[in-house]
Design a protein around this ligand. Structure first.
Ligand code: ADP
Length: 497
């Protein structure tokens, strides 16, 4: 049952011309069949030609001999009823009879007045024959012609007088002989070659099927291996080293698998991080609430103090959720950009105005230096997120009485937004990780100042959506410098960050 289904499957594949197996089958079939046809017809044709030629030359030779006898016995000038001449005429006529019997044909002797003087069929004697072949033959041009359809050969042989009028054609022999013996041999040959060819066809078809199945088997193995991974039986890298082509396909698939594994791992890690981050404020709230409940007559001030702490934990939870939503939205709507032409100087001024109160609290001086006015085509919300996050970080991770310098510049293609600070700086080994979600250099310090570890992830994502780049340089203990470069027009070239 299974075998039948398999054979049916193979046949289906063979009839679908798009399948490689079908193509290989057809090519092998053609490669075997066409030469065998050519050889068959070539050999038969060759045999026919050869045997016709041989028959013509044999008959011609014999006719020439008879022709010579005709001349030497003065055949044309003697009367059929003359005694002496009658004997020699009979001898010659017997020779002609013999030839026509031997070759199953008819010989006619035509004299110079185009009259038939002898016909071995005894039909046309005395008649005049005016045919192009005969007239040509009188001019010395003998011919032979094979009529394949009726299976006979027709030829004209000049009778040349080598005596007084040396070279003169005094008569013509018009002969037609049967070619049946060749035709019969050819039929036998043809029958045999058909049988042989049929046998060969069976072998060729079997070989074509075998080769097409064997040659395409590695591709089936690739499909099987991929299906196993797809079905979830295995998530190991696959290997089908049979052909260079299968190696390439399998390599590309393994790379895709690796990418998916990485994505899956990072998704898992992200979910773990999110749960952990969300649990932390909840745990804080629980501890605060539990300790209040544990004290029977806690004073009102203690209640107030703990509730304030609970409120700030709830704020934190809120901030994490808001940031997460921004990030997820940005991922989901990666293609959606609300591009407008915007005055970047005005936008910077507005953002700095909003952030100055926080800076003032830490006694951090914020300076804006605009090298030139910039108008660019950007998404206002995302641009605001980029600027706010960078300036906010520069204030948050600063020292008391520190400074933040914001500089805006542009060339003909890009504008640069640079934020420098006199803050804590970022350790060199942490620089590669600061754009990761939830990554914080100093977890407890960041938590204290209300960081979620999502700000720079959001910033980088927004920069890339503008086809821009972000680079950071930092010296621990001295300060950091973040530089964002964004195309002035929304369709500007992309930059590698
Ligand atoms: P957070 O919400 O914790 O600020 P970010 O993604 O914005 O998260 O930043 C990630 C980490 O990078 C921060 O926790 C901080 O340690 C470091 N960082 C970011 N900006 C600065 C800066 N200007 N100076 C020093 N460290 C910084």
């Amino acid at each position: 049952m299974k075998m039948a289904a398999k054979i049916l499957d193979e046949l289906k594949k063979l009839f679908s011309l798009r399948s490689l197996q079908a193509r290989i089958f057809i090519i092998v079939l053609a490669a075997g069949f066409i030469p065998s046809m050519i050889v068959r017809y070539g050999i038969l044709d060759n045999y026919e030609e050869h045997s016709v030629q041989q028959r013509i030359s044999t008959v011609q030779n014999q006719l020439m001999i008879v022709g010579n006898h005709l001349i030497s016995n003065n055949y044309f000038n003697t009367k059929p009823d003359g005694y002496d001449s009658g004997v020699s005429r009979d001898v010659i006529n017997a020779e002609l009879e013999m030839i026509s019997n031997l070759y199953e044909g008819r010989v006619m002797i035509i004299d110079s007045s185009l009259r038939v003087v002898r016909d071995t069929y005894d039909i046309s004697e005395g008649k005049t024959i005016i045919s192009e072949e005969v007239i040509r033959c009188f001019q010395g041009e003998g011919m032979s012609n094979y009529d394949r359809e009726h299976g006979y050969i027709e030829m004209t042989t000049p009778i040349i007088d080598a005596g007084v009028d040396s070279g003169k054609v005094v008569g013509v022999m018009l002969t037609s002989i049967s070619n049946d013996s060749t035709v019969a041999t050819m039929e036998v040959l043809n029958r045999k070659s058909v049988i042989l060819q049929n046998l060969m066809m069976v072998v060729i078809v079997a070989m074509a099927m075998l080769i097409s199945v064997v040659f395409t088997r590695p591709f089936n193995r690739v499909t099987e291996a991929i299906n196993e991974v797809k079905a979830g039986y295995s998530d190991e890298s696959i290997s089908v080293p049979d052909y260079a082509e299968t190696v390439h396909i399998v390599d590309a698939f393994n790379q895709l698998l690796e990418r998916m594994r990485t994505l899956d791992n990072s998704r898992q890690e992200f979910v773990e991080n999110v749960s952990h981050e969300l649990k932390t404020p909840m745990a804080g709230i629980k501890v605060l609430a539990d300790s209040l409940l544990a004290q029977r007559d806690a004073p009102a001030e203690l209640y107030r103090e703990f509730l304030e702490d609970i409120a700030s934990e709830i704020d934190r939870e809120n901030k994490i959720i808001t940031d997460l939503l921004v990030l997820v939205k940005m991922d989901k709507k990666a293609q959606e950009m609300n591009i407008t032409s915007l005055n970047i100087n005005d936008l910077t001024e507005l953002i700095l105005k909003r952030l100055r109160p926080i800076a003032r609290k830490k006694d951090v001086e914020v300076v804006f230096e605009s090298i030139r006015p910039v108008v660019a085509e950007v998404d206002e919300v995302k641009m605001t997120l980029i600027m706010t996050n960078l300036v906010e970080n520069a204030i948050k991770y600063n020292k008391e009485h520190g400074w933040v310098k914001v500089q805006l510049d542009a060339d003909h293609q890009y504008f640069t937004f640079q934020v420098r600070d006199s803050g804590l700086g970022i350790p060199e080994d942490a620089l590669a990780h600061i754009y990761e979600r939830f990554y914080r250099v100093d977890k407890s310090h960041s938590r204290e100042i209300g960081g979620t570890g999502l700000g720079l992830a959001i910033t980088k994502s927004a920069v890339l959506m503008h086809r821009g780049s972000i680079v950071v340089s930092s010296v621990e203990g001295e300060g950091s410098c973040f530089t964002v470069k964004i195309p002035l027009s929304g369709t500007g070239g992309s930059l590698v960050s």
